[in-house]
Design a protein. Structure first.
Length: 328
């Protein structure tokens, strides 16, 4: 019975990821069948899909009044995206980076990170803060749409992402409308079920390991909900589609802050209380990792294997510090 909380945590993560996959497939096919361009689908539905596990977990935790499992996974996932996933991707394949990626996506990610820190100064994120973050998400989507329309390469990447999930729409064997509706409904059901399982399991695991819910959120939950980004980036790196890998990592961090925390803050019955460890450790690690992207991506125009190993070492040290020296 002592392993039941771990099983519950893993089952919740699997359900969240599976539910997000079903929801994205169903929604993207419905949108393409309705005549929505593959570019718009790639910009919205597919981009949202990679943050759906984090959103499901955050909403479940917020409704259970557990702020540590709302804010912790978002901050932890963003740290993991930079240190773990970018580092792992670079080890697989050194990443040449176009300067426009640095100028646009990295700076947008930095702005979102600083905005998140400013919202956390009062030690809580009120509902009005959620509305501001969500407004920032809408502005980001509009700006991305404008940039994408004027950038043929970015438009092609977004279209490819949407069509890859919905190839049947362009062929004669397209799934019936009802099937896609069922995919969406079942996907949402798995997200709800997974969120409930994850929150219960994470709380029990925290008690079992004698650490806070925030530590579990920053590590186990954050890693689990980052699995879609890890798999997408690894596949993109193996295919030498490195711009997609970097764009996926940076875009996910932006969505986690603006979409996940924005929607969760609006939906939460109470302001989200910021755990004390955020200001003593975690937010500074996130800011440092975000700032590290600038010199790493600018130096030599690529992320080398050595820099990838350094990022992985930084992540291992961060996680080890929390578990072996105690976390807040």
């Amino acid at each position: 019975m002592q392993y039941l909380p771990i099983f519950q945590l893993i089952a919740g993560l699997v359900a969240l990821i599976f539910g997000a996959e079903l929801l994205v497939r169903g929604a993207s096919r419905l949108a393409l069948s309705a005549g929505v361009s593959s570019f718009v689908v790639g910009l919205t539905v597919v981009a949202f899909g990679t943050s759906a596990p984090e959103l499901g977990a955050a909403l479940g935790a917020a409704l259970n009044d557990n702020s540590g499992l709302v804010i912790g996974p978002v901050v932890g996932s963003n740290i993991a995206n930079i240190c773990l996933i970018l580092g792992f991707t670079a080890v697989i394949c050194p990443i040449p980076v176009k300067f426009k990626v640095v100028r646009r996506e990295v700076l947008q990610m930095l702005v979102c990170t600083v905005a998140l820190m400013l919202f956390m100064i009062p030690a809580e994120i009120p509902r009005v803060g959620g509305f501001v973050l969500f407004a920032g998400l809408l502005a980001f989507l509009v700006r991305s749409y404008q940039v994408g329309k004027s950038d043929p390469e970015q438009a092609k990447e977004m279209q490819a992402a949407a069509v890859e999930l919905s190839t049947e729409v362009t062929k004669g064997d397209r799934p019936p409308f009802f099937v896609n509706i069922v995919l969406c409904v079942v996907g949402i059901g798995f997200l709800i079920f997974g969120a409930d399982m994850l929150v219960g399991g994470a709380t029990s695991v925290a008690e079992m390991l004698n650490v806070s819910d925030t530590v579990i959120g920053l590590t186990l939950v954050a890693f689990g909900t980052s699995v879609p980004e890890l798999s997408l980036s690894a596949v993109a790196a193996l295919r030498r589609e490195v711009d997609i890998a970097v764009g996926n990592i940076l875009g996910s961090n932006i969505f986690n802050i603006l979409c996940v925390l924005g929607i969760t803050s609006m939906a939460s019955p109470h302001p989200l209380v910021v755990p004390e460890s955020m200001w003593t450790r975690d937010l500074w690690v996130l800011l440092g990792a975000s700032l590290a992207c600038l010199p790493i991506l600018l130096a030599g125009g690529r992320v080398s294997r050595v820099e990838g190993v350094l990022l992985l070492g930084l992540y291992a040290g961060y996680v080890g510090t929390m578990f072996f020296m105690g976390g807040g």
